[in-house]
Design a protein around this ligand. Structure first.
Ligand SMILES: *[C@@H]1O[C@H](CO)[C@@H](O)[C@H](O)[C@H]1NC(C)=O
Ligand SMILES: *[C@@H]1O[C@H](CO)[C@@H](O)[C@H](O)[C@H]1NC(C)=O
Ligand SMILES: *[C@@H]1O[C@H](CO)[C@@H](O)[C@H](O)[C@H]1NC(C)=O
Ligand SMILES: *[C@@H]1O[C@H](CO)[C@@H](O)[C@H](O)[C@H]1NC(C)=O
Ligand SMILES: *[C@@H]1O[C@H](CO)[C@@H](O)[C@H](O)[C@H]1NC(C)=O
Ligand SMILES: *[C@@H]1O[C@H](CO)[C@@H](O)[C@H](O)[C@H]1NC(C)=O
Ligand SMILES: *[C@@H]1O[C@H](CO)[C@@H](O)[C@H](O)[C@H]1NC(C)=O
Ligand SMILES: *[C@@H]1O[C@H](CO)[C@@H](O)[C@H](O)[C@H]1NC(C)=O
Length: 508
């Protein structure tokens, strides 16, 4: 705060001048923002547990959110919501394929052009991206690696879906190929090193930075750094309330798993559990190095750090071997921790926050401005309660998923042309064309209800009382009186087509 030296007066004049200078300093110094986004990291199976340093340096130094959700439990739709601040029905990236608008030309032209990075750049931010963007990024039919999403002035985008070795990056529009050598090719470490060198190049910190680090961890193929390949060797996937439980009165896809799971399925999901945690240790190292570096450079007090994931995960819940895409809490709850200037340490928040809130949050933290065309709301009021911003208290939100499917399922000829998707070695499928649903989730301090409707031939409905049945074992649909169902249905229909601020105020 060198400005203070410009106050030569004494007594009250000095104090007045000091206040003016402090106000001027606050007005001209925009905060830096560091956003770390992991891939498929859950909350309900203890996905945060291995990240000990991140919890100490981010969560414990700021706010840990207990009710953070994705509005779509699949990578590309969720990430598209993160960038645009919009529900899937508004950004229209419905699945992980180009034909479903994942990084498609149409998406680039209608959505990407108004995503949050363009706002930050226009406000003078030095914007840096490294890691996985959208699953189809770099596809030759949509601009290839030469396409640099607008708003980023330092771009290191992974071509395609998460990998740890043998991938290509678009480095500011130029393809850079990587092989399988540790450490120079291990993607989490590549992201880590590029982030460090970007920060080391900021000599004067005259422009604030926005840095997004989007790791392959802990997505398949779950490859850890060699130094961590034997860690957690006596851990197994947690036997949560729905682990290896035969689904009762659930939509037809949940009838498909083999329950109890065959022994090899149990052991492979336990192995996946350990491997996922191991990949996260390299993310934990990255977070702690970056926080220490920012501290050394005197920037930590002016930097917000957000840590989250695109969707949750399951390993054996209802006998589903390993994936996401389901409406249950294990797939829609994600971690969120935030620290930053003016945020008190040690806070825990039960407020409902969503992936569609990131974009408006980042924009409002820059200069308190609003982002247009968003369905989400800024978290600024939650981060800074002392500002007394009146903010609508969200009590409900929407979850949307469009089921993925393929013509042929490898090693499962019985599923040729059956609209099934993501099947494992026992031909247990985790998705299907008619695993297409929308849910209304209403949470408050006295009750929590999830109401879901499927677009299948049965128009199947599932309803859970999350407060009394957090494992979502008992579908209450048949027990509800018709007027209650009518009310829930009306609210779901409203949210499923909502747009903008109305998405946060349900009809009576
Ligand atoms: C993809 O986005 C375009 C442009 O918004 C839209 O017209 C089209 O219907 C979308 N496709 C799907 C499958 O939703
Ligand atoms: C773990 O990595 C070491 C090299 O650091 C390698 O020798 C060993 O085979 C690896 N173990 C497994 C289980 O992959
Ligand atoms: C697992 O290993 C850790 C550390 O080696 C040890 O403290 C713990 O008791 C072990 N747990 C089990 C269940 O064997
Ligand atoms: C917010 O409200 C509190 C309590 O009424 C008050 O003490 C404080 O000065 C207000 N802060 C701002 C920035 O208006
Ligand atoms: C993605 O959505 C598009 C448009 O509905 C569809 O044609 C395509 O088959 C879907 N992809 C998968 C893998 O389901
Ligand atoms: C909590 O939500 C339930 C519906 O899920 C509603 O009936 C109840 O009025 C709400 N309570 C409060 C205090 O808002
Ligand atoms: C529960 O109540 C607390 C304290 O009044 C409030 O801060 C919080 O947002 C409420 N949570 C929900 C989910 O309504
Ligand atoms: C969903 O689709 C599958 C595969 O096409 C089919 O076998 C099943 O009967 C359908 N179920 C419902 C309820 O639509």
């Amino acid at each position: 705060m060198a400005n203070v030296n410009k106050c030569p007066w004494i007594g009250s004049m000095f104090v007045l001048c000091l206040i003016c200078e402090l106000v001027a300093f606050a007005a001209t110094t925009k905060p830096n923002i560091l956003f770390i986004l992991t891939d498929d990291q859950d909350v309900t199976m203890g996905g945060q547990t291995p990240m000990v340093k991140t919890k100490q340096l981010v969560g414990d130094k700021g706010i840990i959110f207990n009710n953070m959700f994705t509005t779509s439990p699949l990578c590309c739709p969720s990430r598209s919501s993160i960038f645009t601040g919009r529900y899937v029905h508004n950004h229209e990236a419905v699945n992980n394929s180009l034909s479903g608008n994942c990084s498609s030309r149409a998406w680039q032209q209608t959505q990407e052009v108004k995503a949050f990075p363009t706002y930050l750049k226009s406000k003078g931010y030095n914007t840096f991206f490294a890691g996985k963007y959208l699953n189809q990024y770099g596809n030759e039919q949509a601009g290839g690696v030469e396409h640099i999403p607008p708003g980023w002035n330092n771009w290191n985008g992974l071509v395609g879906n998460s990998r740890y070795y043998n991938y290509a990056l678009s480095v500011n529009g130029v393809r850079e190929k990587h092989g399988n050598q540790y450490p120079q090719d291990y993607l989490t470490d590549v992201i880590h090193k590029r982030a460090v060198s970007f920060l080391l190049k900021q000599h004067k910190w005259s422009d604030p930075f926005f840095m997004m680090l989007s790791t392959p961890a802990c997505h398949a193929p779950f490859t850890s750094a060699p130094k961590y390949n034997a860690t957690f060797s006596n851990k197994t996937a947690p036997r949560t309330g729905s682990y290896n439980i035969k689904a009762v009165n659930k939509h037809w896809l949940l009838e498909q798993p083999i329950v109890p799971m065959p022994a090899d399925m149990v052991s492979s999901s336990d192995e996946i559990f350990r491997r996922r945690w191991r990949t996260l240790l390299s993310v934990d190292d990255m977070v702690s190095d970056l926080i220490n570096l920012l501290d050394k450079k005197g920037q930590l007090d002016n930097t917000y750090v957000f840590f989250s994931s695109d969707n949750g995960y399951h390993l054996g819940q209802f006998g589903l071997p390993y994936d996401k895409r389901q409406l249950y809490d294990f797939d829609i709850r994600v971690p969120l921790m935030v620290r930053g200037p003016g945020i008190d340490a040690g806070r825990i928040s039960n407020d409902i926050v969503l992936n569609i809130d990131f974009a408006p949050t980042f924009v409002s933290l820059v200069d308190d401005s609003m982002m247009d065309n968003v369905d989400g709301i800024s978290m600024r009021g939650i981060l800074h309660p002392q500002e007394n911003k009146t903010q609508p208290l969200r009590t409900s939100f929407l979850v949307e998923h469009t089921g993925e499917y393929s013509t042929n399922v490898k090693d499962c000829p019985q599923y040729t042309n059956q609209n099934m998707g993501n099947c494992d070695s026992h031909c247990v499928c985790e998705d299907s064309k008619n695993n297409t649903y929308a849910c209304l989730v209403t949470l408050n301090n006295s009750s929590s209800v999830k109401y879901c409707e499927f677009s299948d031939t049965e128009n199947f409905v599932e309803v859970y009382d999350l407060k009394n049945d957090p494992s979502e074992l008992k579908n209450l649909y048949q027990t509800l009186d018709p007027s209650h169902v009518f009310d829930l249905e009306k609210k779901l229909r409203f949210l499923a087509t909502c747009s903008g601020p109305e998405c946060n105020s349900l009809p009576k």
